[in-house]
Design a protein around this ligand. Structure first.
Ligand code: FAD
Length: 462
């Protein structure tokens, strides 16, 4: 069967469109999650929606499963090949078809990298609202399939909020051309949303209509020392009420994170005293002087209220970069922790401080001397924590049981951004009720009755 199937695929897509054996580059065998490499039956590289449709129709006819692949920067194992299935890469579908500056709408193929879209938008005085560290490699299709968040969520929302329309191909090859650039369109179910965040389990995203916004002309950055988490919430609320949507970033770093960052990167302590929490705040706007004045005035109020204990306001782009450097210690995690056991959770905003304290105490009670760092976007409910595997006897499973058990107790989410993929399947039930998972399975069965799209990801076959 497989040679007849591969011959038919090659006839439909041409020899560049179907690679097998050693012709498949090793990078297609796994993703950034660190999962062991898996050899797919073939790497399929369509160059158009019609070719995606033809490939999926053939897979359907031959009952061959399909693993969609974007830039392979996913951290949950969602794009890792499945033995006997094809891996379908969108890398050849990388056209930015248009950017309409008047209406603020970009039309792109799914294989465009995030950075290529950001740069094309910037060249027209526009900004794309999502930004994340993997920007150079991750693709718009992968960003949509994981509903990626990243740095701009407070101001612009996640990928879902950027998407006005998308084109997707179902498991049997049917094309759903949902590319209508209207914000208002209440004509039955808004089907694009089932593909966003579905991690390739419902179909292949091939094109998208995305919002782009006028680029801000001014940016100001401040680092603020805080006495406790309640002060952080008050400060965020104060900034939102005084500066509204100008608040672009509100990153919170607990003392353990600041200590590690300063040590790992050989930086100077940002403040004379060792404060329990530090917030890194970015605000953007049209006028530099007005923005700075509004920032200073809001900070003045925070000092009076006792929510801010100390602050540094960047006087230049270089100083802003230096303040951001403290937050960028995350790049050091893979080399400094042996290994880093990373968590990407979200919690009701009011509970984040209590969760962090409870979690740290529980880790220390179980593994005295454990080393971990807590940091997060907080403004969007997202908390990251990384535990040094060497300080917990390398027992990642036990650490996950402890942390995800607490997330469940606090009614949080085991994945704020990165998705479930392969790695968090066992924990889906900590954040979703059986009825919710059953509804997900019903959608899967309706759109992919043979279970061919990215099998074994998010949940196992029923
Ligand atoms: C250094 C670094 C920093 C990161 N920072 C962030 C961050 O701040 N916020 C965040 O949310 N994530 C972050 N990530 C995770 C990752 O970059 C995102 O999940 C990203 O959106 C994945 O895009 P990708 O193109 O690499 O997708 P892949 O890894 O290739 O695939 C991810 C999932 O999407 C599916 N998929 C891919 N393309 C398609 C398609 N066209 N149609 C249907 N399904 C598809 C795959 O099957 C898989 O399930 C980071 C990763 C790294 C390595």
């Amino acid at each position: 069967m497989s040679s007849e199937f591969l011959d038919a695929l090659t006839a439909a897509l041409g020899p560049d469109g179907v690679l097998t054996g050693d012709a498949i580059a090793p990078r297609h065998l796994t993703d950034w999650s660190g999962h062991a490499p898996v050899q797919p039956l073939a790497l399929v590289r369509p160059a158009s929606t019609a070719e995606v449709s033809a490939a999926l129709a053939l897979c359907h006819a031959h009952c061959v499963a399909v693993v969609p692949q974007g830039g392979l920067t996913g951290l949950a194992g969602g794009a890792v090949p499945v033995a006997g299935a094809i891996a379908l890469s969108l890398e050849r579908m990388n056209a930015i078809e248009s950017i309409d500056t008047a209406t603020g709408v970009a039309t792109v193929q799914a294989g465009v990298t995030l950075q290529a879209l950001q740069e094309a938008a910037l060249a027209r005085g526009l900004v794309f609202g999502v930004d994340l560290g993997a920007r150079g490699s991750c693709q718009i299709g992968g960003n949509l399939a994981t509903n990626a968040g990243g740095n701009g969520v407070l101001q612009f929302g996640m990928m879902r909020e950027q998407c006005l329309g998308l084109e997707a191909v179902l498991a049997d090859g049917t094309v759903l051309p949902m590319l209508r650039p209207m914000q208002k369109n209440n004509t039955g179910y808004d089907l694009k949303h089932v593909f966003i965040g579905a991690e390739g389990t419902l179909g292949v995203i091939t094109r998208a209509l995305l919002r782009v916004y006028p680029a801000p002309r001014a940016r100001a950055t401040a680092l603020v020392a805080l006495p406790d988490f309640e002060a952080a919430l008050s400060l965020l609320s104060l900034f939102k009420s005084r500066l509204g949507t100008a608040v672009a970033a509100f990153e919170l770093m607990w003392r353990d994170f600041v200590v590690a960052s300063v040590d790992w990167q050989q930086l100077r302590e940002p403040f004379d005293a060792a404060h329990p929490l530090v917030a890194l705040i970015d605000v953007t706007g049209a006028d530099e002087a007005a923005l700075r004045e509004a920032l200073e005035s809001a900070l003045g109020e925070a000092f009076e209220a006792g929510t801010a204990l100390d602050a540094a306001i960047a006087q230049s782009g270089a100083q802003a970069q230096a303040l951001w450097k403290i937050r960028e210690a995350t790049a050091e995690l893979p080399s400094r922790m042996r290994p880093a056991i990373n968590f990407d959770v979200s919690l009701p905003m009011a509970d984040i401080g209590r969760f962090a304290d409870t979690c740290r105490a529980a880790l220390s009670a179980r593994w005295p001397g454990q080393s971990s760092v807590f940091f997060g976007h907080v403004g969007d409910s997202n908390l990251h924590l990384s535990v040094d595997g060497a300080t917990v006897g390398g027992d990642a499973d036990a650490v996950e049981t402890l942390v995800y058990g607490l997330v469940e107790r606090f009614a949080g989410s085991v994945s704020a951004e990165h998705g479930i993929g392969l790695h968090k399947k066992a924990w889906l039930g900590a954040s979703r009720t059986p009825a919710e998972v059953a509804a997900m399975r019903a959608i899967k069965a309706a759109l992919d009755p043979l279970g061919l799209m990215n099998p074994g990801k998010v949940f196992d076959a029923a």
